[in-house]
Design a protein around this ligand. Structure first.
Ligand SMILES: NC(=O)c1ccc[n+]([C@@H]2O[C@H](COP(=O)([O-])OP(=O)(O)OC[C@H]3O[C@@H](n4cnc5c(N)ncnc54)[C@H](OP(=O)(O)O)[C@@H]3O)[C@@H](O)[C@H]2O)c1
Length: 277
């Protein structure tokens, strides 16, 4: 089958389109004919030798990518959730070796969900890692509930634009930051307020927030804490940009946490109906 293998960590010229054997389908896996993939910041970081590079460096070949949408063509002996011909989507083996930049991907069935009919393969692939991140943080970890005041940074970005919609579905009052050009987009997703981070300091106009999703990190994290109510919660997600956030938050009377998304087909199943709204 055709796949893009990563010759060395580095630039895009190191991604080589080549012929590799079809993946072996383990008992708990299904073979998916890939119709679409999506590329996230972690793909780029990993290609450059950061992100997941440490986990992948001893594989040969390395095939990047985690987000897929496609059609089941084969099922492992103990894989019973899907049948041949089912359209599925999901984030495969993250953290780990997803091998998504390929014509076929063998994926644990528990990492996948049925693709909603109303969503294209392209849309479904794009609603995997980014959507899972937002869902796992807002629903699972933070337990956002109706009436919570939630600040989403980079609300027009991959994670942020899902987070705005999901926080609204969970009943929160949502404020989103983005540049001015994306204002209407962020409001159309369901944010009640928009702040253009290029012209306004969000801490000048916000206070008493229950929760902040910080997709930026660095000094943005400390600034974000200043808009939290006592006992409020902040999650910071860019790897390497959220140093000691738990201690820093605790010292100021808040809950602070980093987070890493993980493959989970049950969560993918929950995201499907949200994507359908
Ligand atoms: N830990 C995890 O499990 C996990 C999972 C997913 C992603 N991440 C990380 O989270 C980060 C975001 O990922 P993503 O996929 O959402 O990225 P993305 O789609 O590339 O988002 C970029 C967005 O950031 C916005 N932005 C830049 N500076 C900003 C600022 N100071 N304030 C507000 N918005 C700003 C830009 O908005 P405008 O275009 O409007 O200017 C742009 O839309 C990345 O570092 C990624 O690696 C971590």
């Amino acid at each position: 089958m055709k796949a893009f293998i990563l010759k060395d960590f580095g630039g895009t010229e190191n991604l080589i389109k080549t012929e590799v054997p079809l993946p072996v389908v383990r008992d708990d896996e299904v073979l998916v004919k890939v119709k679409a993939i999506s590329i996230n910041p972690v793909d780029i970081k990993t290609r450059l030798g950061k992100g997941q590079a440490d986990r992948l460096k001893d594989f040969n070949p390395i095939i990047l990518g985690w987000d897929i949408s496609g059609i089941v063509t084969e099922t492992g002996r103990q894989a019973t959730s899907f049948k041949k011909g089912d359209e599925v989507f999901g984030m495969v083996n993250f953290p780990g070796h997803g091998k998504a930049y390929a014509k076929y991907v063998s994926a644990p069935e528990k990492h996948l969900a049925l693709k909603p009919d109303s969503v294209s393969h392209e849309e479904a692939a794009a609603a995997s890692l980014a959507a899972l991140t937002a869902w796992q943080i807002l629903k699972d970890k933070a337990g956002i509930k109706p009436g919570d005041k939630v600040l989403i940074h980079a609300a027009a970005g991959g994670v942020g634009h899902f987070a705005v919609q999901m926080a609204r579905v969970l009943g929160a009052y949502v404020v989103g930051t983005s540049s001015g050009i994306n204002r209407d987009f962020v409001l159309s997703l369901g944010a009640s307020e928009h702040i253009d981070y290029k012209v306004q300091c969000f801490e000048d106009v916000l206070n008493n927030m229950d929760f902040v999703l910080d997709t930026i990190g660095g000094e943005n994290t400390d600034r974000s804490m200043s808009v939290l109510k006592p006992g409020g919660t902040i999650f910071c997600i860019p790897s390497g940009a959220c140093e000691n956030i738990d201690e820093r938050a605790k010292a100021r009377g808040f809950n602070g946490s980093t987070f890493r998304v993980h493959s989970n087909g049950e969560h993918m199943k929950e995201i499907g109906p949200v994507a359908n709204r």
